[in-house]
Each structure stands twice: as structure tokens, then as C-alpha cells.
Ligand binder design. Structure first.
Ligand code: TIU
Length: 229
């Protein structure tokens, strides 16, 4: 399939492409979680949920591989370096008790992916202690075993976990597309700058494009059996 994108058309084959949804968790999108403790207006991020839902539904219908990530730490915080926990002056630190449970800790209510984008059985779920989806996870091996060479990204936040993950993926040889209307930041100018820099210099990190272009391409694709991860 070919879809319109920046800096030029993005080509992918469904059987070798995964939809990667970065950190669409209550901790970043709802009040009382990690994003808000850092001083951010978390209300800004929910605007992308309908577009993400439309892509996820179409991708599932087409039978494509889906990867969900969660930024999360073990309850004993053994995977949270002090440099991360002690940074800045948040209202609550990672591991502290908040209104949605312990901040950014695996298994807590706030650490779950929002209901609208909840993983389905058979989809890959990656708990990651860093901002990038490849650091200290088995994601690279999982994708290689599934024959995946292309990644289509959605999620939050554009300039932190999404950009870090896309850069890690690009360095590992994956061909990456970021859906512009399916990613969001707490800072509009950071989102705009990130989109611009990722696809500059002939696609130095990868491609960016609109979800409608992907949806149109998927509609012309005959339904297939789900691709097994
Ligand atoms: N603070 C911020 O913008 N983002 C994060 O801490 N994590 C993610 O982007 N997921």
C-alpha cells in the first residue's frame, strides 16, 4: 500500500507492519496521574482519542499486528532510576499514592490504557520503564519474530515517548510513519516542531501523515485473516 505522507509517499505491506500505540494511559490523559503531577494540562490529550479509535478499529479489521505500550514501573521501583524519580518538582513522584493509585506503577488503575483503546486478546502489550519503547523491553525481538519491518505510530506525548520510540525504531532499521492527528503533546509548539524535524532532511527519522490517508488505503484492502504476532 502507498499513502500520502511527508516528505514523500510511505509504502508498506500490511503483513509486515505493526500499529504501535504509545502510552495512551490514564496516567497521561486523565487528571490525577503522572502527566498532571508534572504540571501539565492533561485535558489537551483526549482530543486525539476518536481518530486513534478509528485507526485501531480499521487496523484490527484489516488483520494487522497491534502493539500497545505503557510507561510503567515495577511496584518496588527497581526499574526506576533515581535520576528519573527525583527529577524536577512534581506534585507527586513516581511510586507515590495518587487518586488513581500509585503514580506510573504497573497494575495501578492510573497505569491502564484508556478504555476506548484497551488492548484485545492477542495484541502485544509492552511495559516500558523508559521513554522509548525499545529500551529494556523485548520489543525488537518480538517484532523481528513476527516479520515486522514497518511501524505506524500513534499516541502520547509527541515529543517525549513517541519521538523517542520512533528514533529508537529508526536506528534499528524499521521504516516508521507517525500519524499527525493521532499524536498529541501538552505543548502545541513542541508537537509542531517534532513532526517537522522527524520528516525533515528526506525523512531522517521517518514519515508523518494523516490518519485519513491510512484509512483510505485500508478500505481498499480486502479483509484478511488476523496476522499472528
Ligand atoms: N511528560 C511527557 O510529556 N511524557 C512522558 O513523560 N511520557 C510519555 O510521553 N509517554
Amino acid at each position: 500500500m502507498n499513502i500520502n505522507a511527508r516528505p514523500f509517499a510511505y509504502h508498506f505491506e500490511l503483513a509486515h507492519t505493526a500499529l504501535v500505540i504509545i502510552d495512551m494511559q490514564r496516567d497521561f490523559i486523565e487528571p490525577g496521574g503522572f502527566g498532571e503531577t508534572l504540571g501539565n494540562n492533561v485535558g489537551l490529550l483526549s482530543a486525539i482519542v476518536p481518530a486513534c479509535q478509528a485507526v485501531l478499529q480499521a487496523w484490527r479489521q484489516a488483520g494487522g499486528v497491534v502493539v500497545h505500550t505503557r510507561e510503567s514501573h515495577q511496584p518496588d521501583l527497581s526499574d526506576c532510576p533515581p535520576a528519573k524519580r527525583n527529577r524536577g518538582q512534581p506534585l507527586l513522584r513516581i511510586g507515590d499514592h495518587g487518586p488513581m493509585g500509585r503514580i506510573l506503577v504497573a497494575g495501578e488503575p492510573g497505569n491502564q490504557i484508556i478504555e476506548a483503546l484497551a488492548p484485545q486478546p492477542g495484541e502485544i502489550v509492552i511495559d516500558k520503564p523508559g521513554k522509548g519503547a525499545f529500551y529494556a523491553t523485548g520489543l525488537q525481538e518480538t517484532l523481528q519474530q513476527a516479520g515486522i519491518s514497518h511501524l505506524i505510530f500513534m499516541g502520547v506525548t509527541t515529543e517525549v515517548c513517541v519521538q523517542t520510540s520512533m528514533r529508537e525504531a529508526n536506528d534499528r532499521g524499521f521504516e516508521c510513519l507517525l500519524l499527525e492527528d493521532c499524536t498529541e503533546s501538552y505543548f502545541a509548539h513542541f508537537k509542531a516542531a517534532t513532526l517537522e524535524m522527524l520528516c525533515a532532511q528526506g525523512g531522517i527519522v521517518g514519515w508523518t501523515g494523516q490518519s485519513t490517508a491510512l484509512l483510505d488505503a485500508l478500505q481498499t484492502q480486502p479483509p484478511s485473516d488476523p496476522v499472528k504476532p
